[in-house]
Structure formats: C-alpha cells, structure tokens
Write a protein that binds this ligand. Sequence first.
Ligand SMILES: [Cu+2]
Length: 369
Amino acid sequence: MIDKNYIIGIIVVLLIGTIMVLVTAPSEEKEQVKSNVTSHLGVQGEYLTNDFDPITYLKSWNFNNFPDSERAKYYKETELENGTKLREYWFYARDSKIEIAPGVFYDAWTYNGQVPAPTIRATEGDSIRIHFKNQGSKPHTMHFHGFHEAAMDGSMPDQFVNPGESFVYEFTADPYGVQLYHCHSTPLKEHIAKGLYGMYIVDPKGGREPANEMIMLMNAFDTDYDGENEVYAVNTRAFYYNTHPIKVKKGELVRMYIGNMVENDPINSIHTHANFFNEFKTGTKMQPDSFTDIIELGQGERSILEMRFNNSGTYMFHAHQTEFSELGWMGMFDVQDAPEQLGNGSFRDVEKAGSSGQAGNTDSTGMQK
Ligand SMILES: [Cu+2]
C-alpha cells in the first residue's frame, strides 16, 4: 500500500517544480514577480493567500490582532486581588494547509490554524489558564518552557490529548524571558516539524523600556518528507520580509524576541547587516550577554535582541547558514528617517502587553557596549 505522505510529497515536489519553471521562464509572469534581490534565490513573489500575514504576526500577542468580539473567543483577562492577572486562552489543534512560499502549500498541524502559533504574553506572576482542545487527527499536547507542575508538562504519553479530547493547562508565568511552547506528542520530531510551536513571552514585573517590538520564530519545512528542509524562513513565509520589509524608525529602540524551532538542522542563526545588537540570552536577565551582529541558536533556544539603527535605508537580516538564507530565511529592515521618534503606536503596543517602566539596560544614544 502506498503511503499517503509519499503521495503528498510527490505532489508538493511537482508543485515546487512547476513554480520554479514559472519563476525562471522568460515570460510575462517573470516581470510580475516582485523581488529586490537577485534571481538565484528560491521561490519568490506574491503569496496567493492572506490568511497569515507575517507583518501582523510580528506584533501580535494574546490575540490583539483580532477585533474585540473575535478576540473574546480566544482570550480573556481577569484582574486578581493581588494585582496580577488571570490570562485565559482557548487553543485548538488542527490539521491545516498553509502557504509557506508563493504558491507552495504544506499540510501542517497547527494551533488555531497558524504557524507559528499565536503568541502568549504575560507578566511575571500572572496566572495562565489554557483551554486546549484537539480538533486534529493525531494526539497532541501543549508543552511550555518555564516553571510548572509535572501534571502540566504535556510531555508524557498519559498526557497526550487524543483527537476530540480537551485539557486545561494551568501555571504561573515564571520566569520572565522569552519562552516557547510546542507539542510534545510522539514522534516529537514530526509534531514539531509539522508546525506545532509558538512564542510565549513573560515580561518582567517592571516591564522593559518601550520599543518597537517584534516576534521572530525561525522555522523550516520538509516539503518532500525526505528528512531535509526545502523551505526556510523566519515566521513561516519564505522571503516575505524581502518583499515586505519591516519598517523601523531611525534611532528608535528595536526589540526582537527570537527563537529557533527548525527541525532537521542542528543549528540556526541571525545576522544583521550594518549594525550590532545587544543579546539577552533567553531574556532572563536585564543585562546583555553580548554585543554582536550574529548569534547562533540550537533548536528550542531563544534570545531577546535590542538594537537601534543610526542610518536610514534598507538593511538585510538573514541566517548565516547561507543555504537557509537562499531558501527563504532572509528579510529586510526599512529604516525610515524619523529621528527621536519612538513610533506612532502602530509599531508598539506595550500597553496591551502590560509592559512599562524602564529596564535600564540601554542609554539614549545606543546600545550598551
Ligand atoms: Cu502534536
């Protein structure tokens, strides 16, 4: 009997082949492919679907990208007497088809239909309650990095949530930093490769310095199921930030919450052009660990990066594993000339995240060295 995944793999390969021909063929379509980099790179151009917008994802947490009425179906915040908050979430594991490169679709396993999954964000000491329902076809769990009781770990076979079943995860947001969550069902390699992961940010009680914040989760997809990835990205969609550069303002503090969930490759990295950043490993201290223009992250590893651009212009950022960058893990910052501006509100929303106050780790002119 022929394995279903094998057939899907062949279809995906044929689809990629067709698109590669379209992109490389000397035709009118070629002119329509918008790109600001050279043509030896992988599949580029406009995406066919807009159900996942990597630009929106950068600044979305606790479903703040949804209108209030829609948001209420997935997130509820309750003030507690001790001054902390109870944050409740409704998560659904599903089998979903997602577009990972222009015209290239992948049969993913998702939380709430998207990869990376929606970001969970709380302040240290808040109570988290996750109402999880498995609407997918395989047993799944939610396993959070951070402190919690054994019963909430979502990693043991008797903790797997079968299709149609539900579980409620409860724990305290602790410690502060940039954490992750992912499925811990088995085979684990498959459940992560298929897309069941998301960012979990815990803000320190005093908050961090206001900044243009963005979430970046490095991921990749093995579209032909041969144990190697064909498409790499930060936030799923290959080359998306090439054709849709991330807008930042000259001089403002830029803060990236970055993690690596790439399966099949032992290491990943981010390199920023023409600039350096402060790295806060796992975000668990307010003092930077290094001042550099490249960090490497193993699977599950994450960091907070803070930088300011002193010059306007377009600046590349990408994995320094060059194969990854040429297969999609590459993007651009569009630094706009607006000195002394922290933003107009559209690029930062620290209020919704409960973030305020001073971290004291940067000065007014640039990064600590
Ligand atoms: Cu799973």
